[in-house]
Write a protein of this length. Sequence first.
Length: 158
Amino acid sequence: MACLVIALLFPATSLAKTKPNRAPRPEPELKILELKISPVPYMVSAGSVEFTALVQLPKELNGATLLEVSSLVTSPSKTSIRFLSIRKPLEPHSIPVNEADFPRISVVLAWDGMDHNKTRAEAGLYVYELRAKLLINGEKGPRTMMVSWPRRGTLEVK
């Protein structure tokens, strides 16, 4: 009888935890504005494929000294993967004359068509995820200060 009274006074919906409504996370000032891949489609025997990214830096670097752009390229089966990365030192930049303009830098990542085992990638549709990070020198080496939202897509390998 006591269980029935409790069930009537406190319905199950009120006992369930509700997720608080949060505002969407604001987009970081570090952004990948453009991404160009060439050649498309990619033939492994033709050399390497280049991922050219135009990265927008924040107006204030706040001590950041490195820009890292990285990409993970994976086959649909996840048996063939390759991580590409490049780090560029950053110079303190002056704020552009037009306050709406942000400093930009172009970065090129090259994939030689080899997977993590140094074997040629097989033909198929590969998925990539490209990300930019601002790094600051810490006591134990570089540490991440800001991360851009990723750019994802597919790349056909023949």
